[in-house]
Each structure stands twice: as C-alpha cells, then as structure tokens.
Ligand binder design. Sequence first.
Ligand code: PRP
Ligand code: MG
Length: 206
Amino acid sequence: MLTVALPKGRIAEQTLEIFGEIFGGEFRFEGRELIMEKEGFRFLNVRNQDVPTYVEHGAADIGVVGLDVITEKELDIIQLLDMQLGKCKVAIGIKNEDELDWSRPNIKVATKMVNITKNYFAKKAVGVEVVKLYGSIELAPLVGLADAIVDIVETGNTMRENGLKVAEDIMDSSAHLIANKNSFYAKKGEILSLYEKIKTVVERNG
Ligand code: PRP
Ligand code: MG
C-alpha cells in the first residue's frame, strides 16, 4: 500500500482534481477527515509545509508540495515530477513609494522563508536582518516591522491591495511530486505506476 501526503491550502484544489481524474469520482477529504483510503492507496490531508516532513520520515511514501517549501527545507527526498500547478513566484516586495537600495545599512526583511531569503542575500553579498513571520507577511512593511518582504506572489493581488510592489523575483515555484528515498527503492513499481498516471494527466492538462 502506498501512502500519499496531499497538501491543504493554495495547491489543494488542483491537486485533488488531478487525483480525481486518476481515481475517478469525488476525490476529496470529507469534513475534518485526515486519512482517506481508496483503491489500495492511503491519502493524508496534511498542512502544505508538513508534506515534506511526512515524506522525509517515511510516514508517507510520496507527497505533493510546492518547490518553495522543498527549497526552504533543504530536504533529503527524491523529486519525481513538476506537476505544473499552483504556479507562483517567490519575490521581494517593497512599498510602492520605496526604491531598492541594498547598500543601506540595517535592512530588515520579513518572511516565512528564512533559508531562501538568507541564501538569496548571501549570494548578492548583501547583509540583511531576517525577521521570521508565519503569515500575513505583507503587513510587515506597512507598520515598520520590515523594509521589505520575501513571499509568494501568485496573482499579485495581496501585494497590490496592500500598496506593495515586486522589486525582484527570486524563484519560480509550482507543485512537485516527491518521494521518500527508501520507499522509492522498496516500492519502486507502485510509485512509478502512480507517477506515470499523474504524468499523463499533467501532460494532458498542460
Ligand atoms: C499567500 C502568500 C501571499 C499570497 C499571494 O498567503 O503568502 O500573501 O498568498 O497570493 P496572491 O499573489 O494571489 O495575492 P496566504 O493566503 O497563503 O496567507 P498567509 O501568508 O497569511 O499564510
Ligand atoms: Mg500571505
């Protein structure tokens, strides 16, 4: 039996649609359900950022999660497939009236993605103070908690509605299929068979 960790949040709906096309019928978690069994698979309803944790520990054999989360966590897992959904960017945002001046001292950057942010500024040889937040990142520059943010931009609505603009793009992200390393060798046949089905749907939809 394969255990598959599926994400809640922004990529949930499109992910469930893909699995619905493969397994047919209504493919969704009912009410507060966290585990769903279907045709010899067990599906876990997991918070987006926790998907790679379930997969890395082998509590799930495979999972679906954003490349931003994989990059942020620097995980020891296998990346199987770019599912081409939930496409977004990780970008630097600043206030509309501001301009980027990285030579200024004591720049503060607020983000959920501390590692991506630190690596990005280290490569540019810019010293910044990173302020870790867990959500509503766009609020930080508006109230003087930070000079800039690093966050996900999908439609751009959240930044626009809060008087922010993209100053620089850091990376593209989309949902990826990932596998636990041991599972990949122990259950290779099962995993590759599901992988092929997902790939077929992704290519048909693409
Ligand atoms: C995400 C992300 C941005 C926004 C981007 O936040 O952190 O704020 O969505 O989408 P947009 O460009 O289409 O507006 P989310 O709604 O997940 O909330 P959170 O950051 O408070 O967790
Ligand atoms: Mg947000």
